[in-house]
Every structure is written in C-alpha cells, then in structure tokens.
Write a protein that binds this ligand. Structure first.
Ligand code: DAT
Ligand code: MG
Length: 139
C-alpha cells in the first residue's frame, strides 16, 4: 500500500555535505520525494517536533542539536514507505545499525545519527503536516 513518511536529514549530515549522498540512497531505494525544503529550526520548533520525547533525559540535548544548523525535511512516498525508510536508516544507535544503512555509513553517535524517519502512519501524517502544507506537496 502506498504510504508517505517524513524524513529529516539532520544537522550533522547537512553540515558534512552528505545531503546528496543520503538523497541518493533514498532515491536508489525507490522512494519518491513528494516535498522537500531546507530549514533551520528554532529551539521551540524542535521541541514541538520531538514533543513525544519531552520526558526523556536526552530531550534537551536532542532539541539543541536539531536546531544547531540547517536540516533538509522531505516527504517520501512509496509502497510500505514507512518501514522501508526505517530499514534504510538503520538502528537509532549506529553501533547497532546493519551494514549498508544510512546510519551505519554516516552517523556519528546515537544523537548525531544523520536522519529521522517516521515510525508509523499516524506519526507520519502529523510529522508531514508539521513541516508542509498542501501547496508544498506534489500530488
Ligand atoms: P529514531 O530516531 O530511531 O526514531 P527515537 O525516536 O527513539 O529514535 O529517538 C529520537 C531521537 O532521539 C534519536 O534519533 C536520537 C535521540 N536519542 C534516542 N535515544 C537516545 C539516547 N539514548 N541518547 C541520546 N539521544 C538519543
Ligand atoms: Mg523516532
């Protein structure tokens, strides 16, 4: 079933000029970019995006990191896009990520882990609408 998921290329990757390499992996996987832009979030915007994690010990550090530089946010579309993108990303901690995944190849540590991807259909819908309105979506 065709789905959409929200991808973020995080500040550690944009800063190291890895945007193109990550997008190539996404496109080689067959996922279609249906919206994309570069933004530099405020602390408040990062806190809003990661609100589900607000009680976690890493929340303040995570939201500082996410607004430390520009990110590339994109909506991706394809059959089973949510699970396929999670698989392409690899485990949250790159030490546990499978060979050939984005995080295995590029992540610096569990926080500076290069990419975000939605974890389910409900969060994907909320996360896509957090960054994109209908006029910014193709199709
Ligand atoms: P994911 O990004 O794989 O969906 P998550 O939703 O559990 O992982 O956590 C969101 C982000 O928070 C994650 O990409 C990096 C950061 N994070 C998670 N666990 C962490 C930890 N133990 N220490 C530091 N940062 C962590
Ligand atoms: Mg998550």
């Amino acid at each position: 079933m065709s789905e959409r998921t929200l991808s973020i290329i995080k500040p550690d990757a944009v800063e190291r000029n890895l945007t193109g390499a990550v997008l190539k992996m996404i496109q080689d996987e067959g996922l279609k970019v249906v919206a994309m832009k570069m933004i530099h979030m405020t602390k408040e915007q990062a806190q809003g995006f990661y609100a589900v994690h607000r009680e976690r010990p890493f929340f303040d550090s995570l939201t500082d990191f996410m607004c430390s530089g520009p990110v590339v946010v994109a909506a991706l579309e394809g059959d089973d896009a949510i699970a396929r993108y999670r698989k392409l990303m690899g485990a949250t901690n790159p030490d546990n990520a499978d060979e050939g995944t984005i995080r295995k190849l590029f992540a610096l540590d569990v926080e500076k882990n290069t990419v975000h991807g939605s974890d389910g259909p409900e969060t994907a819908a909320v996360e896509i609408s957090y960054f994109f309105n209908r006029l910014e979506m193709v199709g």
